[in-house]
Design a binder for this molecule. Structure first.
Ligand SMILES: Nc1ncnc2c1ncn2[C@@H]1O[C@H](COP(=O)(O)OP(=O)(O)OP(=O)(O)O)[C@@H](O)[C@H]1O
Ligand SMILES: [Mg+2]
Length: 340
């Protein structure tokens, strides 16, 4: 795959020059109170998504948390039970016919004809799109296949494709025309580690070409590496969203202090808004731990300065920031599958 290479790919660059079409909000996707019920089950529960123009937006959550259902509603593939959706500044599904030609999408299991080749399948799908120019079809199909690394397998029948190859073909389908927004539901499903890396670099290059990318995943590591923003779903609810840096900041920070003056140290930490606790004592003194919201934490050097000013003998001091993974686990109550 030549994902990050010099080839321009199938027309993505053109998206850069087209209008973002995102109204006055600067948001490429916006939902308010988006809800989907299946019988008694709330698969998506009152979700307010805000995806800024130009973001690589990671839509995270464990299996069954409502990611695909949300994506289907964004694209007009499923009706919402309540709430509103706006994509590229236009209400969905009301303006679906204007919105969809500007959006490339990969949603669970695109329907391919198993006895046609990859190339033939893309030709058919492109021909089914009212907005795709027939004159450029052959070139666009070849460029899309090249961009996802399927050029050599392009003539093979799809029934002989591996899951990863089908996934790549689905991404190629999303890249057939210039797109302002790409919505990719678990694009690395079924890919081997090398394929996963290639898709990551493809997503980066698509974003660099000017597209907004909305990519769902239950793999935290993917989101951390490629996304500018993320949202976290848990049991149908949106439990956090924002720039990745802010999500990291929002976690807890723990300090660990080794001192023979535990009493005085506790008073200082309390005064600084931290909640001190005792760890296992060490030969050099008592171990105190204290937790604060990262956003409220004084600079470590200021904490040490306050301790020293109060005549606390500081024999050890460490700051341990909650990792993004720990934060996601705390928010969703579940582990994320990080290993490939
Ligand atoms: N057509 C349907 N009918 C009934 N329940 C459904 C339907 N589609 C989804 N659900 C339920 O809605 C919930 C959310 O499913 P969804 O597919 O959106 O999760 P997801 O976050 O995409 O999960 P995964 O990571 O496994 O893809 C699940 O409990 C699922 O069983
Ligand atoms: Mg899903």
């Amino acid at each position: 795959m030549t994902a990050a290479g010099g080839t321009a790919g199938p027309g993505i660059a053109a998206a850069r020059t087209t209008s973002a079409g995102n109204g006055t909000t600067g948001l490429t996707i916006e939902t308010q109170g988006l809800t989907k019920r299946f019988g008694h089950q709330l698969a998506v529960d009152n979700v307010d998504l805000a995806v800024p123009h130009g973001a690589v937006f990671g839509f995270l959550g464990p299996n069954g948390s409502g990611k695909t259902t949300t994506i289907r509603m964004l694209l007009g593939l499923a009706a919402a039970s309540a709430g509103t959706v706006s994509v590229l500044g236009l209400p969905m599904p009301q303006r679906l016919h204007e919105v969809l030609p500007r959006v490339g999408a990969l949603v669970e299991g695109p329907a391919f004809y198993p006895f046609l080749s990859g190339t033939s399948n893309l030709h058919r799908l492109d021909a089914a799109s009212r907005h795709a120019a027939p004159a450029t079809r052959t070139a666009r199909v070849a460029a899309a296949l090249e961009r996802v690394g399927l050029s050599r397998a392009a003539g093979k029948r799809v029934h002989a494709y591996s899951l990863g190859m089908k996934q790549r073909l689905g991404i190629a389908n999303a890249l057939l025309s210039p797109r302002e927004l790409l919505v990719l539901d678990e694009p690395t499903n079924g890919l081997d580690p090398q394929g996963t890396r290639e898709v990551r670099s493809l997503v980066r290059s698509l974003a660099a070409d000017g597209a907004t990318v909305f990519v769902s995943s239950h793999l935290l590591a993917e989101v951390e590496q490629i996304c500018t923003h993320a949202a976290i779903m848990s049991a149908g609810r949106l439990v956090a969203q924002g720039p990745l840096a802010e999500l990291r900041q929002a976690g807890e920070t723990r300090i660990r202090l080794l001192t023979p003056d535990a009493g005085a140290a506790s008073e200082v930490l309390l005064r600084l808004g931290m909640s001190p606790g005792r760890g296992t004592p060490e030969p050099d003194g008592d171990v105190l731990t204290a937790v604060a919201a990262a956003s409220r934490l004084e600079a470590p050097e200021d904490i040490v300065a306050e301790l020293v000013a109060a005549r606390v003998r500081v024999r050890g001091f460490a700051v341990e920031r909650e990792s993004l993974e720990e934060r996601f686990v705390a928010l969703t109550g579940e582990g994320f599958d990080i290993a490939q």
